[in-house]
Write a protein that binds this ligand. Structure first.
Ligand code: SAM
Length: 275
């Protein structure tokens, strides 16, 4: 008997994976949490039936959401992650010696608990002395922050359920307030095949809030459509102007200085979403 998990990426299209074992399944206070073992991608975290991260391809997303902003900022000492309870972005942030403190604010402590248990290669750095983990609503944390962070990364679920407020102009304005005068942020902004309005609206809201706004992409096989976007808003520093000497040695499997530059070169149908 074979078991397959299918994520419906639209009402008419999905991806399907053979499942070896269900490690844990529960309805938390905020979402349905499933941790499964798959034949192709290893252990996989699902929230509300959506693939969040897998042992095999997680490095792409976590490297691209972390290293692009951290190399763009000349001295990122104080960093905030909104969401990110699987710990992958924190693991990447800690590869930057300039970072003195990384704060993670995830609304659901169960994600942190079960990521530590079943995704040790991803969540293994959450107990690092430079890291502070808070279980709280990222929207409220941002609302209570002012002139505090050099870099903020919004590593949230899709704009449904607890994350719905994290894709609003008010949230981006709150981020601008929470950032220092030359701070910058990046948010994951879904895929350009099935979520064009989300990308268009997010880019427009960020552009109305920050003097520098950029969209970049990465290839992530287990995310809807396989092509993912990230939207950056910056008060001063432009990711396209990072000089060669800024890129210190770093242990990665996807990110390189060349990828940093190439990620901002957009296919026409994606670039059109920023016009
Ligand atoms: N990389 C994934 C993606 O791009 O969809 C996101 C992974 S991460 C596990 C998503 C996290 O966002 C979840 O742990 C969820 O609990 C968290 N989250 C959702 N809404 C939130 C909120 N309002 N404040 C803080 N964390 C939130």
């Amino acid at each position: 008997m074979e078991f397959w998990f299918t994520e419906k990426q639209t009402k008419d299209f999905g991806i399907t994976m053979r499942v070896k074992k269900i490690h844990h399944s529960e309805k938390t206070e905020f979402q349905q949490l499933d941790m499964v073992e798959t034949d192709e991608f290893g252990n996989m975290l699902l929230l509300d039936g959506m693939v969040m991260t897998t042992e095999k391809d997680e490095f792409v997303y976590h490297e691209m959401v972390a290293h692009v902003p951290l190399f763009t900022h000349p001295n990122p000492e104080n960093v905030l992650v909104v969401g990110g309870g699987d710990g992958g972005v924190i693991r990447e942030i800690l590869k930057h010696p300039e970072v003195k403190k990384a704060t993670l604010v995830d609304i659901d402590g169960k994600v942190i608990e079960y990521s530590k248990k079943y995704l040790p290669s991803i969540a293994g750095k959450l107990d690092d002395p430079r890291v502070e983990v808070k279980v709280d609503d990222g929207f409220m944390h941002i609302a209570q922050s002012e002139n505090e962070y050099d870099v903020i990364m919004v590593d949230s679920t899709e704009p449904v359920g607890p994350a719905v407020n994290l894709f609003t102009k008010g949230f981006y304005e709150g981020i601008a307030k929470a950032l220092k005068e030359d701070g910058l942020f990046v948010a994951q902004t879904d895929n350009p095949w099935f979520q064009q309005d989300l990308i268009r609206n997010a880019y427009k809201d960020v552009k109305e809030t920050f003097p520098v706004t950029r969209l970049y992409t990465a290839s992530i096989p287990t995310y809807p459509s396989g092509l993912w976007t990230f939207t950056m808003g910056s008060k001063k520093h432009d990711p396209l102007e990072v000089t060669e000497d800024r890129f210190h040695e770093i242990d990665t499997k996807y990110f390189t200085p060349e990828i940093h530059r190439a990620a901002f070169v957009l296919p026409k149908f994606v670039k059109d979403l920023t016009e």
